[in-house]
Write a protein that binds this ligand. Structure first.
Ligand SMILES: [Zn+2]
Length: 105
């Protein structure tokens, strides 16, 4: 049986870690604009990287939040698509997994 408490703690520490990283990225984004044009180009490329990183982190945070809500509701570990139990091994790797292996992309 899946130990929900362990996974909850795992999800919460993962959430804290991601929130912290998100804040660091935001703080970094407030650095001044480089005067040199070449540096500006690099900065813009970095912006794209930073932007996609933010999107990725936000997506993960959303999934973690949803997983924590499912724990509260007592629905954690069930596939949100077909209702079957998600394999514990899968939850171990991806504690915020919404779908079972069969329903995953
Ligand atoms: Zn499923």
């Amino acid at each position: 049986m899946t130990d929900v408490e362990t996974l909850r703690r795992k999800l919460e520490s993962l959430r804290d870690e991601l929130s912290e990283r998100r804040e660091r990225i935001d703080a970094h984004g407030r650095d001044g604009v480089p005067a040199d044009f070449a540096e500006q180009v690099t900065a813009r490329e970095n912006d794209d990287v930073v932007q996609s990183l933010k999107v990725q982190i936000d997506g993960e945070l959303r999934q973690i939040g949803a997983a924590l809500k499912r724990i509260e509701a007592g629905e954690y570990g069930r596939c949100t698509r077909c209702g079957e139990d998600i394999a514990p091994a899968r939850l171990d790797v991806l504690p915020y997994a919404e779908h079972c292996t069969a329903c995953a992309d």
